[in-house]
Design a protein around this ligand. Sequence first.
Ligand code: AMP
Length: 430
Amino acid sequence: MRVGARSAISTLTPHLGTPVASLAADFAGLGLSEPLLKAVAAKGYRHPSPIQKQCIPAVLEGLDVLAAAQTGTGKTAGFTLPLLERLLHGAHARGGVVRALVLTPTRELAAQVADSVRAYGRYLDLRSDVVFGGVNIRPQIERLRRGTDVLTATPGRLIDLQQQGALRLDRVEILVLDEADRMLDMGFLRDIRRILGLLPEKRQNLLFSATFSPEIRRLATGLLHQPVQLQASPENQTAASVEQVLHPCDMARKGDLLSHLIRSNDWQQVLVFSRTKHGANRLAERLCSDGLQAAAIHGNKSQGARTRALSGFKSGELRVLVATDIAARGIDIQQLPHVVNLDLPNVAEDYVHRIGRTGRAGCDGHAVSLVAAEEQELLRAIERLIGEKLPRREVPGFEPTVLSAPPLDLSGGRGRPPRGGGSGRPPRRR
Ligand code: AMP
């Protein structure tokens, strides 16, 4: 995926009358017009997903929406299709005006959503664009001058652009906050409030979040006007099509075990989550030295390196992608077969986000967690959250020798090397 090339503005050309493929007939009943149905058919979707069935009519009616939907539910089409439909019926954007604004927490997710906007809007005469940090701002300023019907953005870069007078947010008709829980986790609340202050009072608001903390509820209360509340899957529950398993093992042998699992099961496309950037780097290097094509993505990698790694992983050149939680947001690969937790996340909700990367859109997925004695407390928190006990399966030759150990010290651990995490070093004892 070349984000640079994709970030170029796309003027979508009007489509002239081929009949809508019967493929997307189920979508027609939801009130979308022909160019959108044709784009849906081109994507190969036959039936709207549950969140789409609920969300599309609500947005078309002009209602505010509060949706509990994790990635993999089809939420992006759920808001993008009706948003495009509504924009079709108004005047085009011009002179720096933005008509619909989609805010996302990460660059990767922004690029992904913008791709969807482009794909669903391919037969419409609407202009869409995406802006995020880490790349030159000048071309973005140039492009925005002409006005943008749908702008997908990360909050920091949007504020920069607004301060430089590159765009006008006082005509926004529709605002979408995508993965709002993640935006708050990443400390974007102040930026979001600032952006809200630049928008006109009268507008439609859509808020999507995988989890609903008190902070999210507070944000929603201040933002949404009598919202329709939608739920794609029961709150805080994992997708039913994901087979979850836990392999108990020693911290110091996680790298060995993972390398063994990939080779002995012949896994071809594996997304591995690491709690730390350092752990991600070390594991990727280690797998490469075992002859497995692997790369790491995290916040310390340049945008170019992240984009290259993602595209290599999508195309199959890379067999293993090791990512931190934040970098992994927005990775959208259909039918991602295997997700591995090299270590358990500090925050139990992140487990749900992580395994939401597999078993998407009706495909079966496989989520494996490598769990050491030090992680028992994290494991308990996850099992409490998802309301089930993960099946334990020891792998012969990798049975744990450490059966109880003091819990990990997670305070202030950002950027520090993980204890073990496939490093080959024994865990530190206290
Ligand atoms: P999302 O939850 O928006 O990240 O979408 C998850 C994946 O499901 C994406 O790869 C979409 O292309 C795909 N998808 C969305 N809607 C449908 C649908 N109605 N039928 C089949 N796949 C879909």
